[in-house]
Design a protein around this ligand. Structure first.
Ligand SMILES: [Zn+2]
Length: 265
């Protein structure tokens, strides 16, 4: 364990100075390949455990919106191979994972009722991936684990307890992208990135505000990560409005906008 700890601390020191797409310094020391395999494995698991929507029109529609976003150069840079699956559950939720995977739950389509609103959610979720938020969260948790272990007496006698702590952090890490809501900073950053992505993909960024207003009215069985208490819808909408000028410039510059038609649900 001593050697492992040394290797991890070294890795943290060497690679801790990552920078997110918005220019924020972040602690993200997990190797990219590790995050990708966590993402792909989690997605396969969810695909096995959750029924898929069979309706061709719904799949075609969600794919159309996803294609417009995932073909953007900055999204391709993260992964060249994006897959989107529509899950047949009423929950109002969606997620994106490292390795290029997007999951949309059918219930979301009842709240995000237009292509532009669906693009706002997808842009937000892909924003989490582009900004490496999963990596940052795993890294932060490991860093906390490390410092607790260093402060404790694990070196002398308590190796088993330390190992258990480290393993649970790693084990939890594989599920973070799906189960744990992101914090305020990550949510705001994903909003900002998502707003730019949707506009560059040719979706009306003003609809992001409408989306969060719809979200505020509630709906669905389970609270999605974007209904978590932070940031508040008002804060969120305020920030989106302050970025609207730049987003509209991107949107207006797209001459060949995707024609995705929302089916009856
Ligand atoms: Zn989010």
């Amino acid at each position: 364990m001593k050697t492992n700890l040394f290797a991890i601390v070294l890795l943290m020191t060497l690679t801790a100075c990552a920078v997110s797409p918005t220019g924020r310094k972040q602690l993200a020391f997990m190797p990219e390949s590790q995050m990708v395999s966590m993402g792909l494995q989690s997605f396969e698991q969810i695909k096995q455990d959750t029924p898929h929507v069979k309706d061709v029109a719904i799949n075609k529609y969600v794919q159309c919106v996803a294609d417009a976003i995932t073909r953007l150069p900055e999204v391709q840079q993260s992964s060249r191979d994006w897959e989107v699956v529509v899950f047949d559950e009423e929950t109002v939720n969606a997620f994106a994972l490292p390795g290029g995977r997007i999951g949309v739950y059918k219930g979301l389509l009842l709240v995000a009722t237009t292509p532009d609103q669906l693009a706002a959610v997808m842009g937000h979720e892909v924003g989490h991936v582009l900004a490496d938020h999963g990596n940052e969260r795993v890294s932060q948790n490991m860093a906390v684990g490390q410092s607790l272990a260093l402060l404790g007496n694990w070196m002398s006698a308590n190796n088993t307890a330390y190992r258990e702590q480290a393993m649970s952090l790693l084990g939890l890490g594989s599920k973070f992208g799906v189960l744990m809501p992101f914090g305020r900073l990550h949510e705001s950053e994903a909003d900002e990135i998502g707003q730019t992505l949707m506009a560059k993909a040719g979706f009306d960024p003003r609809q992001s505000v409408t989306l969060w207003q719809n979200m505020g009215k509630g709906g669905g069985k389970a609270p999605p990560e974007f209904l978590s208490t932070h940031p508040s819808h008002d804060t969120r909408i305020g920030k989106l409005e302050s970025g609207m000028g730049a987003a509209m410039n991107h949107y207006n510059a797209v001459t060949n906008k995707a024609q995705c038609k929302a089916p009856e649900i």
